[in-house]
Design a protein around this ligand. Sequence first.
Ligand code: NAP
Length: 279
Amino acid sequence: MKIAIIGLGLIGGSLAKALKKAEFYVIGVARREETLDAALKAEAIDEGSLELEAVKPADMIFICTPINLILSELKEMIPYLKKGAIVSDVGSTKQAIVSQAEKIIPKGVFFVGGHPMAGKEKVKFEAAEVDLFKDKVWFLTKTRKTKVGALKVLEEVVETTGAKNLTLDPQTHDLVVAAISHLPLAVSAALVNTVAGQSKKELMSQSAASGFRDTTRIASGDPELGVDLFSTNKKAVLKVLDAYKKSLTQIEKLIKTGKLAKIRAILEKAKNFRDSIYG
Ligand code: NAP
């Protein structure tokens, strides 16, 4: 099977490395010559091109560009897609991409949305890792228009990266990631900016230890990606942000009124739920 990857950044580069390790033939399509050279040098791809036409022989194509380019890349590659080809993407939000992609994908070619729950603060090919997806969830979307056979083939390919498939509809996906990924980014950025706005911020920075570092890790992520997340998942993000503000206000009220037993109960509830996730 020949697999093409469009965009060889953190996610696309890691996918290329993982698929090469699984012995697929990998075609890389990059924007910049330097990225292509780096991917060829690292043997993450078998062949590379700066042109989308390179997807012609591919049985499967993963679009791994920033979210706001995924649909335009899909549109542009349509004339080159071979019959039976399966196209997926790795965009972190799914409703807009999947609904539009399903409208424009020609007959005889299949689109199934995807999103690996893997990432780190560094981006671009230099940060790509062969094991980035190992034991991580890889969402695949299923709608009324999804071709079950295509979904199955995609699942099998995704599993070779070490990821665990989780199939769900785009709307549920966007709500889930709003809560566990996009809200934490908003909270993390707001927390860092709160400290940055304090007159004693120098002293606070010098004293910050692992608690502050762990709570704010994702504030060091790519700001461009953050903008894409908030703008393409606005409704779900606002919904969970509202719930979060209520939760924070509740803690604020309890601190003001000194209701210690209630504060303890809230902290215990949070501890139990978090421990049930991470042990
Ligand atoms: P990245 O490291 O910045 O990679 C983006 C890639 O797209 C780069 O290879 C870049 O090319 C290429 N690109 C950028 N602008 C382009 C343009 N105008 N035309 C053509 N190619 C262009 O970003 P990433 O973190 O891998 O994110 C890629 C996708 O993965 C996004 O859709 C994101 O939502 C999704 N995702 C990200 C994470 C995460 O935590 N980072 C997690 C899951 C999913 P050059 O390298 O040549 O500049």
